[in-house]
Design a protein around this ligand. Structure first.
Ligand code: APR
Length: 273
């Protein structure tokens, strides 16, 4: 399970880190509150802030991090059951993780639809991108309603794929790794409790998050609710460093470094980024 924290080292701000998080840097849009930029009701009234931000954050300008490639390595080792991400930056796809093994719980820029209630015409990512980079608000050619990338806005339901795969995946999961998320947004945050009661859970995050207030509801890093339930571990710090540490312990560090270096070489990107 992942959140914006696995992409900050790629240069994409997360949402809630004090000072650097996106929600601390939206003053120029004069929003009623920061999350309005991803609210469907606000978007219907004023789509401009979202599209200005979309241009700044548009996928394709960023290189996947060591954390993305650690997930890719788990896939290559046949250990990745599924990667549930809240991120819309498509960096998991860019890192080459099999899309069948990715659940983009908050959607992504990968597809787009007209939001006209009777229309819902689909539009390609390329068509929307062209409008975004021409500073034009994309509108449906059939009904002139707004066109929005298939990102889950506040006030919208999550993609059906999330619910279709969740039950079986979390029943089969034998180790849950959670990286770079504040675990503040539902229903994504609560699925950490969907794994079996004795499945080990590892949080890799700059801050302790998702802690339980009652047995069986959230992480219990200190075994407060009984030794038998003590299956949660917390690694404080950057996910890239933690992934490199784990790869080192597993004897996979060279493969991890090589994965990212060859991606960068293939893209002809400047390694210094
Ligand atoms: N390594 C580890 N943790 C990190 C790193 C990093 N390099 N960078 C940031 N973090 C941590 C932050 O300390 C924070 O706890 O990652 C977490 C990011 O939390 P948020 O900014 O809230 O992002 P996220 O959890 O993905 O937000 C969830 O909120 O607004 C909605 O839809 C949006 O998907 C998003 C959802």
């Amino acid at each position: 399970m992942a959140g914006a924290g696995i992409s900050t080292d790629a240069g994409i701000p997360d949402f809630r880190s004090p000072g650097t998080g996106l929600y601390d840097n939206l003053q120029k849009f004069n929003l009623p509150h920061p999350e309005a930029i991803f609210s469907i009701d606000y978007f219907r009234r004023n789509p401009k802030p979202f599209y200005v931000l979309a241009k700044e954050l548009y996928p394709g300008q960023y290189v996947p991090t060591q954390s993305h490639f650690f997930v890719k390595l788990l896939e290559q080792k046949g250990l990745l059951l599924r990667h549930y991400t809240q991120n819309i930056d498509c960096l998991e796809r860019t890192a080459g993780i099999d899309p069948e093994l990715i659940v983009e719980a908050h959607g992504s820029f990968h597809t787009a639809h007209c939001i006209g209630r009777k229309c819902r015409q689909e539009y390609s990512q390329a068509w929307v991108k062209e409008h975004i980079f021409r500073d034009e608000i994309p509108r449906c050619s059939s009904c002139d309603s707004l066109v929005k990338p298939d990102i889950t806005f506040f006030g919208e339901g999550l993609p059906s794929r999330f619910f279709e795969l969740l039950v079986e995946d979390f029943a089969r999961c034998d180790l849950l790794i959670v990286m770079g998320t504040s675990l503040l947004v539902q229903p994504f945050a609560s699925i950490i409790d969907h794994v079996g009661p004795h499945v080990p859970r590892l949080l890799i995050n700059r801050m302790r998050v998702g802690e339980s207030k009652a047995p069986g509801a959230g992480f219990d890093f200190d075994g407060r609710f009984g030794k038998s339930l003590h299956r949660d571990a917390f690694v404080a710090g950057d996910s890239d460093e933690a992934c490199a540490l784990f790869a080192g312990h597993l004897g996979w560090l060279d493969e991890l470094v090589e994965l990212r270096a060859s991606h960068i070489a293939k893209q002809g990107l400047d390694l210094a980024k």
